[in-house]
Write a protein that binds this ligand. Structure first.
Ligand code: NAD
Ligand code: ZN
Ligand code: ZN
Length: 345
């Protein structure tokens, strides 16, 4: 089968012919119908040797949907032919967190040479994917795979981040979304569907602001010298109750902390390499809270699938054949993908 393999850090991932896996024990073989391309894939491809604990080579692809086609003799909780989305964070499977479906915060994370499917373990940018256990599968029924695949990270991570901000947002607070790409446009929709907040969006691209508007944002602005002032005014003057930073550079962290009102919370989701200095006294607002949400729980993925099936959220996708992966990776790098790029094998 064809698979997009990462064979060396910092070198382009290449479509390669590999053996189709066979499920043993509790494993489930999924015929991949769609795999989303995440900005994190760029961070992984660009990884410097030793920075990530992953062993090379492996197949990329951590947003995967398809059909369970073959089951190992001990696989339980899924039937052959069932359509599924893959819960991507794969933990140790044995700690309290994993047992509770919270592999995203596995206690043994630091001892494992992977973070999940397509992140140190073979992923779904291939014709077939071997999943270690049906506990990593969530049924999607008739949801199209191109919609379902991005729910497993772009949707789930945004949902988990928004859930964490609910106390800070309260009833009718102001949320600012920085970076309206694959994750950000779903964060806007999830805020709209699950909170009563005023939603302000920021990006460096006009087309991303148009997407924010279609996704339900109340206001969108390009990053400019006076962005902080504009956002403060739009929040009613006091500043934002919550900021979701899907970029995470020094520039966006400065903007985020500069527009939070006292008692507000910043969730940093983007891995842009920016740093935040904590000092008292300092420039951070009193009562400032910071969270670093990572992915989400299995139960939350089922809730996100439910939101998509009800029509409350809809992923904006651009669809490509798996063979176009190298070119699509280039497009994402150049900021030329609207919403989520999805590869179809
Ligand atoms: P994306 O490329 O689809 O979207 C990024 C958006 O940010 C684009 O619209 C881009 O125009 C915009 N942007 C870039 N620079 C900006 C700036 N200075 N100010 C405002 N907007 C700016 O990326 P994505 O797939 O949505 O991922 C976003 C980030 O989240 C990445 O860093 C990714 O690695 C990270 N991520 C984290 C988790 C987690 O669990 N913590 C999960 C998935 C992705
Ligand atoms: Zn991702
Ligand atoms: Zn664990």
């Amino acid at each position: 089968m064809r698979a997009l393999r990462l064979t060396a850090w910092g070198e382009p991932a290449t479509p390669t012919e590999v053996e189709r896996p066979v499920p043993h024990g509790t494993e489930v073989l999924v015929r991949v119908e769609a795999a989303g391309l995440c900005h994190s894939d760029l961070h992984v491809i660009d990884g410097v040797p030793g920075a990530l604990p992953y062993r090379l080579p492996f197949t990329l692809g951590h947003e995967v949907a398809g059909r369970a086609t073959a089951l190992g003799p001990d696989a339980e909780g899924v039937t052959a032919g069932q359509r599924v989305v893959v819960y991507g964070p794969w933990g140790c499977g044995a700690c309290d967190r994993c047992a509770a479906g919270r592999d995203n915060y596995c206690d043994r994370r630091d001892t494992l040479p992977w973070h999940g499917v397509g992140l140190g373990r073979d992923g779904g940018m291939a014709e077939y994917l071997l999943v270690p256990s049906a506990r990593h599968l969530v049924p999607i029924d008739d949801l199209p795979a191109v919609q379902a695949a991005p729910l497993s990270d772009a949707g789930l991570t945004s949902y988990h981040a928004v859930a964490g901000l609910r106390p800070a947002l309260g009833e009718g607070g102001t949320a600012v979304v920085i970076g309206v790409g694959g994750l950000g446009h779903l964060a806007v929709q999830i805020l709209r569907a699950t909170t009563a907040s005023r939603i302000l969006a920021v990006d460096v691209r006009e087309d991303a602001l148009a997407l924010a508007d279609r996704s339900g944002a109340d206001f969108g602005t390009l990053v400019r010298a006076d962005t902080a002032r504009v956002l403060r005014t739009r929040s009613g003057g006091a500043g934002a109750d919550a900021v979701l930073d899907f970029v995470g550079t020094a520039q966006t962290l400065e903007l985020a902390t500069g527009i939070l009102r006292p008692g507000g919370e910043l969730a940093v989701v983007g891995s842009g390499g920016g740093r935040l200095t904590v000092a008292k006294p300092g420039v951070l607002p009193p009562g400032f809270r910071l969270s670093l949400p990572f992915w989400g729980t299995r139960a939350e993925l089922a809730e996100v699938v439910g939101l998509a099936r009800s029509g409350a959220i809809q992923v904006e996708t651009e669809r490509f054949p798996l063979s176009a992966a190298p070119e699509v990776i280039g497009r994402l790098r150049r900021g030329q993908v609207r919403g989520r790029a999805v590869l179809v094998p």
